[in-house]
Design a protein around this ligand. Sequence first.
Ligand code: PLP
Length: 382
Amino acid sequence: MKIETLAIHAGNHGDPTTGAVVSPLILSTTFERAKDGNLVEGRDIYTRASNPNRRALEEKLAALEGGSEAVAFASGQAATMSIFHSLGGNSHVILPDDIYYNTKVIIDNLYANFGLTCTAVDMTDLGAIKRAVKKNTKLIWIETPSNPSLKITDIQAVVKIAKSKNIMVACDNTWATPFFTRPFDLGVDVVMHSTTKYFGGHSDILGGCVILPPNDSQNNLATKIRTFQSVGGGVPSPFDCWLLSRSLSTYAVRMPVHAQNAMKLAIFLEAQPQIEKVNYPGLKSNEYHKVAKKQMQGADGVPCFGGMMSILVKGGQKEAMSLASKLKIFKHATSLGGVESLIEHRFSVEGIHSTSPENLLRISVGIESIDDLIADFKQAFQ
Ligand SMILES: *Cc1c(COP(=O)(O)O)cnc(C)c1O
């Protein structure tokens, strides 16, 4: 089945007792056993360990990404943690120099006392990845397009390096989502998402997931991730799972609109004298366009580049902040992937260790009318 159909039907088994077409929300934390005290086959025991709404959501997420199994978490960060945790102490991770800020903070801060270390490299430079490999390198973490500079990593090329050295490859697929990039088809071992973003799509559910590959390429990784979820307890509530399943029904109609709007906005912004550079892989002028064309497609197989971009405003932080403040439809707020357009000055939110340029604004292009979005920038430039 295709992604549009899976988004609606995967994991939705309705309710056999009432005939409800949509699965009901089951809030109970505990489930009754048989009269003899034994477990009832197929029935849950306790909601942290498993529950019907989470199972339904996980089935849908696995189907969308083309994985064998999905493990849902209370946030993207909890999902990322489960992968780092599975590596064990004294492991080394190679990750991108342009990356979702808090991914690296997990290693540098939370796991510092467990001997987990990392090296940040420019993942578009394959030589830099090879040079960063150490004896204890267990994982290469890919994020493409990267945050906030929209660098595109050649997933297949990184997988090739990793395979030759027996290193696992994880991909944070939050920005592209399986609608535009399919990491498992390119040889990646495990996929992570912040479902808070495009999967949720309405800026009202926090969540994350880890998706295991169609074949068990990393022995027992599924068991480790599942244990981190059910014993560690960083689980989403049944309501969040139900709500996310609901949001995912319209995922496949939202994504192409995000991408079409972003493409048009990028072309418009590139032509404005107030803008120094537009980071959007769909632009022919973009340094990553060739790699992006190879690995980013829409559901119809035509190259398509997602709804995220960033712009460098001529001048510095002051000029960037001023532009953001003049926009009326674009809200100045963090996060991304919702139906509404957002703009954010990353440098000022990331703090003193930020590597984001001071004149950079990150834009999450929503699904409003593109005419209105462009008109909003026009009035802001005046
Ligand atoms: C938001 C985000 C995360 C973190 O997810 P949370 O749901 O906020 O915990 C990780 N990676 C990327 C690329 C993100 O955009």
